[in-house]
Design a protein around this ligand. Structure first.
Ligand code: GLV
Length: 311
C-alpha cells in the first residue's frame, strides 16, 4: 500500500510521519515526492494546501486526509470525485489549546485588560473595573469537537455560554440557537462572539455588516475558525462604530496576513499567526493510521466529510 504525504507547509512533519507509518503499518510505501514513483500506486494522500492538480495525477486514490480540522484547504470539495473519501482530523490535540486560547482572551476581556493594551500607547492611566461574570454571555458559533471543548471549558470557569449551530440538535444544559434565521437573535444576546465554525459555502462571510450591526455595543470577537467567515472591512467599520470593542484574530482571509493589511495598524485588533492550535503530528498520525486500517477493513473512518454539509 502506498501513501503520499505532500502539501504546502507540511514538510517539517514529514520525518515524524514517515517514521510513524513505517513503525505502525506493515507493507507500506511512504512517499513525499511524486517524481520517480508510479503515481498509480498511491492509495492515500495526506495533505494540507495541496497543489491544484494533484488529485488528477493519482488515478487510484481511495482517500484524502487533511492534516487539519478543516477541509477548505482542498478547494472546492464538490470537484473531488465522489469515490474518493475525504477525511479530516477530529480534535487530534487541537481542541484543548483552542479552548485555552478562547478562555484566556475571554478572561482578558472580562477583566478589561485589553483596554490597558490600548491605553499604554497614549500613556493613559485609566483604571478599569472588571465586568461581572454574571452579566456576560459568551456566544459560541459551532459545536463540533472543538466547539464542544471550548464550551465546556468556559462553563467550567463559570461563564454563561450560548451556542449557535447549524443543525437542529439540542445540547443539554445550554441555550442553543439553530440555523440561519436565528443567527441575528443569537448575536443580540451575547457580549463575546467565539467563532469555531468549519468554513462552508453557507457560512462564508457570516460576520458581515448586518451581523455586526446586530451585536450589542462593545462586543468582543474571537475568531479561531477561518478568516473567510469575516468581511474585513465590515469588521473595521464595526470597531470604528464601537459595535466591536476588540477583535482577537488567529485566522485571516489571506495568510500570512499581508504587510499592507489595515488590521496590523488597528490597536483594537489582536493578531496571532494561525497558532491557536498547532498541529500535533503524533496524534494526527495516530488518527490517520487508525482510519487507514479501518478503511482497509471496510469500516467507516472517523472524520469522514459529508460533502453536502461541507465538513
Ligand atoms: C487548522 O486551522 C485546521 O483546520 O486544523
Amino acid at each position: 500500500m502506498s501513501i503520499l504525504f505532500k502539501g504546502n507547509g507540511i514538510s517539517e512533519f514529514e520525518p515524524y510521519a514517515k517514521k510513524a507509518f513505517n513503525d505502525k503499518c506493515k507493507n507500506i510505501n511512504f512517499y513525499s515526492n511524486l517524481n520517480s514513483i508510479n503515481q498509480k500506486e498511491i492509495k492515500y494522500l495526506i495533505t494540507w494546501n495541496p497543489e491544484k492538480n494533484i488529485i488528477k495525477k493519482l488515478p487510484n486514490l481511495v482517500a484524502i486526509f487533511t492534516l487539519g480540522a478543516g477541509v477548505d484547504s482542498l478547494g472546492d470539495i464538490k470537484k473531488i470525485p465522489k469515490n474518493i473519501k475525504i477525511i479530516r482530523l477530529l480534535d487530534a490535540g487541537m481542541a484543548e489549546p483552542i479552548a485555552n486560547y478562547v478562555l484566556a482572551f475571554t478572561i482578558l476581556f472580562m477583566n478589561r485588560i485589553h483596554l490597558s493594551f490600548i491605553d499604554r500607547y497614549q500613556k493613559k492611566w485609566s483604571p478599569f473595573v472588571p465586568f461581572d461574570i454574571n452579566t456576560m454571555n459568551i456566544g459560541v458559533m459551532g459545536f463540533g469537537k472543538i466547539g464542544e471543548k471550548v464550551v465546556r471549558k468556559l462553563q467550567k470557569s463559570k461563564f454563561n455560554v450560548i451556542v449557535w449551530r447549524k443543525k437542529r440538535k439540542k445540547i443539554s444544559g445550554i441555550e442553543t440557537f439553530f440555523g440561519k434565521n436565528s443567527f441575528q437573535s443569537f448575536l443580540k444576546k451575547i457580549n463575546v462572539i467565539v467563532n469555531v465554525l468549519p468554513l462552508t459555502e453557507q457560512n462564508k462571510f457570516i460576520l458581515n455588516k448586518d451581523s455586526f450591526n446586530n451585536c450589542n455595543d462593545g462586543t468582543f470577537l474571537i475568531n479561531v475558525a477561518r478568516g473567510e467567515h469575516i468581511i474585513d472591512k465590515d469588521l473595521i467599520n464595526a470597531i470604528n462604530s464601537k459595535k466591536i470593542s476588540m477583535a482577537v484574530l488567529d485566522v485571516f482571509n489571506q495568510e500570512p496576513l499581508p504587510k499592507s493589511h489595515p488590521f496590523w495598524k488597528n490597536e483594537r485588533i489582536i493578531i496571532t499567526p494561525h497558532s491557536a492550535a498547532p498541529t500535533n503530528i503524533e496524534l494526527a498520525c495516530k488518527q490517520i493510521i487508525k482510519n487507514i486500517k479501518n478503511i482497509e477493513k471496510n469500516i467507516s473512518p472517523l472524520g469522514l466529510v459529508n460533502r453536502s454539509d461541507g465538513y
